[in-house]
Write a protein that binds this ligand. Structure first.
Ligand code: VG1
Ligand code: CO
Length: 559
């Protein structure tokens, strides 16, 4: 086989966002569009591309097969030595992260738009992960973006046909060099990793029951995403959970026309089932690519991701991995409520607050300063890999439940009793006009730039909030000292309450405004979060003038 050089021209807007490049499928289908981006990913690695091995796979959404064919043909022409591809193109994001580490690869190309809807009319995405298994840092995604703005040609092996529906190794000769494609089972490596972290014997007894104890009944919802293949193997086969304890476990390329995002709005099916059927002790859902998780208890008792992180942090001794490796620091993204900070303080662990996006945790983990971290957006994970990990989070919760012999609700109530409670909510306004959203953010910029706002008070529903600090969050990485600026407008109040405003970096059209609202209560810990936070939400709407700028009366999603 011989490679050829194809002339091309730059496309506008191939700028990776919070987590890769996400666009409508139709955009990726434009002639040369995907080819350009793949060529730029490889070019950004410089000489390291030659002779390298890369992992390739994703959540199986529409355009996965087409994009993998493109990757195979472009990688081979650019002297990549080997691609390791998940069978049928399937690999969860955490599985890619693990495989990069297990096989000591240069990196991996993850084909996913995560929780965004899939199918021919919806979103596709491409993300590059580096040799530590984590998302490419800002420096590299900026390099990729710059290359996309000046690309003039790409190299491709047009006649290379490679099937990846069955496992096995295939050898090709391209321009006189050997090129190898190894198609692997998508779950094998990941299952081994989980077995090394958790006590599968104990979890098996919990989920399948014993002579003295009925099974702990779980309902796991893969939302037609890639976790289906992992859930089937781990929960049904390895841990002996009942056949009907997992639903929507066949990955579909359009996710069955649902929004594969595990929260109370989009995973309502699961919430309703667990609420209606009191036999269920526990429910969990994952997003399309398997890095997000939602945890609910009996009667659909909801665990916020910020609390989930704090509870896991407080109970790491239930998990063999942490008993063996020790526990270093904890971290959360800035908008995530500070429940875990209180655990860190009590356990005397280092605590880090980073910008939104998993890429900011990687350096701290590589430096051995971070063991456990999370985001309010249903992401939880540890230093076993460099991505958030939905299945891992569920196994962590089940290990805690097994060890403490307590229900989800009782575990939370006990936690709040000790630490107090961080009430949290997030309002999302999806697909606003870009111009309106930018104007609102400009207005907030000028609001915080005016130093006279410090000490100003806002009263709503009888509650008064006094501004203590207002800024746009910036972060200096403690390891490589790189700086990330403009990561969200923060308004911090005297009583510890916070309002945070950001524009999403994962959408594919329009602007999504996120408002994060949280407050801390030492003793009043069992109220409804929406009721508790309503006055602060109102203050948040008043300060931002969101309704005036966007014309939106209500948020699209509340989490
Ligand atoms: C969102 C979340 C962020 C998360 C990111 C990727 O980003 O807020 O916490 O890391 O999605 O998650 P943004 O910029 O839209 O707020 V996933 O599961 O899409 O890889
Ligand atoms: Co995801």
């Amino acid at each position: 086989l011989t490679s050829v050089v194809i002339p091309t021209q730059p496309f506008e807007g191939q700028k990776p966002g919070t987590s890769g490049l996400r666009k409508k499928v139709a955009v990726f289908m434009e002639k040369h569009y995907t080819e350009n981006f793949i060529q730029c990913i490889l070019d950004a690695q410089g000489e390291k591309t030659k002779g390298s091995t890369l992992i390739v796979g994703g959540d199986g959404r529409y355009f996965t097969t087409q994009s993998i064919n493109i990757i195979i043909r472009i990688a081979s022409a650019n002297e990549v030595n080997k691609l390791i591809i998940g069978r049928r193109g399937l690999l969860s994001t955490p599985a890619v992260s693990s495989l990069i580490r297990t096989h000591k690869c240069l990196g991996g190309i993850v084909l996913t738009a995560s929780h965004n809807p899939g199918g021919i009319r919806n979103d596709f995405g491409i993300k590059y992960n580096i040799d530590n298994g984590g998302p490419a840092p800002d420096q590299m995604t900026n390099d990729i973006y710059e290359l996309t703005n000046k690309i003039t040609q790409y190299k491709i092996t047009p006649d290379l046909d490679c099937d990846f529906q069955q496992t096995g190794v295939q050898h090709f000769e391209v321009d006189g060099r050997e090129f190898v494609v190894e198609v692997i089972d998508p779950v094998e490596d990941y299952v081994q990793l989980m077995k090394n972290i958790f006590d599968f014997e104990k979890l098996r007894v919990l989920l399948s029951g014993s002579e003295t104890q009925p099974p702990f009944n779980v309902l796991i919802d893969s939302m037609n995403g890639v976790t289906g293949v992992y859930v089937k193997r781990i929960f049904l086969e390895e841990l002996g959970s009942n056949q009907d304890s997992a639903v929507r476990i066949i990955p579909l390329d359009n996710f069955g026309e649902i929004h594969p995002d595990p929260n109370l709005t989009y995973a309502k099916d699961l919430v309703d089932k667990v609420q209606e059927d009191t036999r269920y002790d526990f429910g969990a859902a994952f997003d399309g690519d398997g890095d997000r998780n939602m945890i609910i208890g009996k009667n659909a008792f909801f665990v916020t991701p910020s609390d989930s992180l704090a509870v896991i942090a407080n109970n790491l001794d239930c998990i063999p991995y942490f008993r063996n490796h020790g526990v270093h620091g904890f971290a959360r993204s800035m908008p995530t409520a500070a429940a875990v900070d209180r655990v860190a303080q009590k356990l005397k662990k280092e605590m880090f607050e980073v910008p939104t996006g998993w890429k900011y945790f990687g350096n701290l983990m590589d430096a051995g300063r971070l063991s456990l971290c999370g985001e309010e957006s249903f992401g939880t994970g540890s230093d076993h890999i460099r991505e958030k990990d939905g299945v891992w989070a569920v196994l962590a919760w089940l290990s805690i439940i097994e060890h403490k012999k307590m229900s989800v609700e009782d575990i939370l109530k006990e936690h709040w009793k000790i630490y107090g409670r961080n009430y949290f909510t997030r309002y999302d306004y999806e697909e606003c006009e870009n111009e309106d959203a930018n104007k609102m953010m400009d207005h907030l910029e000028s609001f915080i730039a005016d130093s006279s706002v410090i000490g100003k008070s806002f009263t709503n529903c009888g509650k008064t909030y006094l501004i203590k600090q207002a800024d746009n969050f910036s972060y200096v990485d403690p390891i490589d000292h790189s700086e990330a600026k403009n990561q969200g407008i923060r308004i911090l109040f005297e009583d510890g309450s916070r309002l945070i405003y950001r524009l999403s970096g994962t959408g594919s059209s329009g602007a999504t405004i996120r408002i994060y609202v949280d407050s801390y209560e030492k003793t009043d810990t069992t109220a409804d979060a929406q009721v508790m936070l309503k006055p602060l939400v109102n203050v948040g709407l008043q300060i931002s003038k969101l309704k005036e700028f966007t014309g939106r009366e209500e948020p699209t999603v509340i989490t």
